[in-house]
Design a protein around this ligand. Structure first.
Ligand SMILES: CC(C)(COP(=O)(O)OP(=O)(O)OC[C@H]1O[C@@H](n2cnc3c(N)ncnc32)[C@H](O)[C@@H]1OP(=O)(O)O)[C@@H](O)C(=O)NCCC(=O)NCCS
Length: 375
């Protein structure tokens, strides 16, 4: 049996974590509609849901949040490392290295420590520490002063404050950011999650599997699309140029970042709520240019190609209005997706078999090795 190119259409396994319902263009985390979760819960509640298989009650949430607040600090040696990294280092690479290093600093992370309890502990440790890494690896590599985590702030207030360097408690900003974290948290067997499962299936540890996933997420066909969207909107620069730019790309058969999806063909279920919050921010700040350009691009893409925006498209302009450096868009995605990755790693370790497909050989037929002097 041969899979299609890119494994398109192949059902590669089971999961109880999320359901992408293509027929209704909807997304469900453990049976809850993503839009209802955005409306009624916070990212940390969703993190608990993904990791612990149920929404937390008040006591469970307080314990979970207390753990998260208490584990935000990272080792001093990471701050030292970030200072020495060149300013052109990509924050996704810094994040990848940091996750490996955090694994090395975890004395319980011995080979074979893959029980559900241990994986949960490691996942919660990364959930708490990744924002500190994302914000401060960038700050220090840019010669800025680090902003240490503030335990008195909520998860999203603290993350945004470390990134921007200014304490941020504005409810709309925090809600927009927190909602993006809910929307980015989980999405079935996407490329980075599948990579994580492949690594976990060798019985490697959670930190190694998350590192693998970060490498996959970095690519512009996957998580890297969100930063590419913002570079593109800035390149277009004016509303007048938006339609022409889009048409030229279509005619040259070039991909437009932030559009299309392997599974959704009639729109990504996560875009509406992100777009609504981004537009509310734009109205509050009276900065409409990015949404005006985006609306024209969206209408043109649907009219010409029947291809819809994915979450990365509205997330990019929302992040820009929040004052987030563009290089951090994909690392922020990773800091959210750690929840989905970890849930899948736990699921894989719980019912494991090595993931190892076959391939057809299409190289030369059998040949004889000539001695080097005769080649
Ligand atoms: C997400 C993505 C990789 C899915 O890829 P896929 O399922 O392999 O689909 P394909 O790349 O084969 O695209 C199918 C067709 O739609 C077109 N298409 C898909 N996404 C497109 C885009 N963003 N811009 C222009 N055309 C696009 C392809 O050119 C192709 O057209 P063709 O049949 O005339 O050759 C793809 O849509 C893409 O590259 N999008 C841009 C990157 C992005 O936003 N990634 C984030 C995903 S959440």
């Amino acid at each position: 049996m041969r899979a299609n190119k890119g494994l398109a259409g192949l059902i590669a396994g089971d999961t109880a974590i999320s359901k992408v319902d293509v027929s209704t263009s909807s997304l469900w985390y453990r049976g809850y509609d993503i839009n209802e979760l955005c409306e009624k819960t916070s990212f940390l509640e969703v993190a608990f849901l993904l990791l612990c298989e149920k929404l937390p009650n008040l006591k469970e949430f307080q314990e979970f949040e207390a753990f998260e607040r208490a584990h935000r600090d990272i080792p001093d040696s990471l701050y030292e490392l970030f200072k020495t990294m060149p300013s052109y280092s990509h924050p996704m690479d810094l994040l990848n290295q940091s996750v490996s290093i955090l694994g090395s600093f975890d004395e319980k992370n011995t080979l074979g420590s893959n029980s559900k309890e241990e994986n949960l502990r490691k996942a919660m440790r990364l959930l708490a520490k990744m924002p500190t890494v994302v914000a401060n690896s960038y700050r220090l590599s840019q010669g800025l002063t680090p902003v240490k985590p503030n335990k008195s702030l909520s998860y999203s207030e603290n993350f945004l404050s470390m990134i921007t360097g200014t304490e941020t408690k504005d409810p709309l900003s925090v809600k927009t950011f927190d909602t993006s974290m809910i929307l980015y948290a989980e999405h079935g067997y996407n490329a980075s999650t599948f990579s994580a499962r492949v690594t976990a299936a060798t019985l490697s540890d959670l930190y190694s599997a998350v590192s693998t996933a970060i490498g996959s997420l970095k690519g512009p066909l996957h998580g890297g699309a969100n930063e590419q969207v913002m570079y593109m909107l800035k390149e277009i620069e004016s509303v007048e140029r938006a339609k022409d730019y889009t048409l030229k790309k279509i005619n040259r058969k070039e991909k437009i970042m932030g559009f299309g999806h392997r599974l959704y063909r009639t729109g990504d279920s996560r875009t509406a709520v992100m777009k609504k919050l981004g537009k509310a921010l734009a109205t509050k700040l009276n900065i409409h240019i990015w949404h005006d350009i985006s609306d024209i691009m969206e209408a043109t893409m649907i009219e010409e190609k029947n291809i819809y925006p994915n979450l990365d498209f509205p997330a990019a302009s929302a992040y820009y209005l929040l004052g987030i450096p563009i290089e951090l868009y994909t690392p922020i995605f990773a800091a959210s997706r750690i929840t989905g990755w970890a849930a899948h790693i736990i699921e894989q370790h719980n019912d494991n078999r090595l993931i190892r497909p076959s391939c057809d050989y299409i190289g030369p037929n059998a040949r004889t090795v000539e001695p080097i002097s005769k080649r």
